[in-house]
Design a protein around this ligand. Structure first.
Ligand SMILES: [Cu+2]
Length: 136
């Protein structure tokens, strides 16, 4: 009986912790480096971006260093937010690509992979999407 109570306590204690952490896991808040650039590193794979939520400041240059997992499936990174002066389409390889932009307007903007194979679900539908949050 005591063992059962211990087991129960472990589950009740650990489970909420792991669930609570999961929401924050993919979030990255960029800080401004000594050159005045906000740097973000992203890895893309089947079918995710990590991190899939990035927070940057408006009107401060951003540099995204992005590469994909070394696998056959092609991926790209698309972020179209004309209202914030952002227009990105970048094909990805396992060598890092550098994407540079400066977000002009605070808001939340969606990024995604627009690949799709035949009649299968698009990569976006399978989870390859994320949010760029631009703060004032
Ligand atoms: Cu993809």
């Amino acid at each position: 009986m005591r063992r059962f109570q211990f087991f129960l306590a472990v589950i009740l204690f650990i489970f909420p912790l792991s669930v609570g952490a999961a929401g924050e896991e993919g979030k990255f808040v960029a800080s401004v480096d000594k050159n005045g650039v906000q740097r973000v590193e992203i890895i893309a794979g089947r079918y995710y971006f990590h991190p899939n939520y990035m927070v940057v400041k408006a009107n401060v240059p951003v540099e995204i260093n992005i590469r994909k997992e070394p696998e056959m499936v092609p991926h790209d990174f698309v972020l179209k937010a004309p209202e914030a002066g952002i227009d990105i389409f970048q094909s990805l390889s396992s060598e890092p690509s550098i994407i540079r932009f400066t977000a002009l307007k605070p808001g939340k903007y969606l990024f995604y992979c627009d690949r799709k194979f035949l009649f299968f679900k698009s990569h976006k539908e399978q989870g390859m999407e994320g949010v760029l949050e631009v703060t004032p």
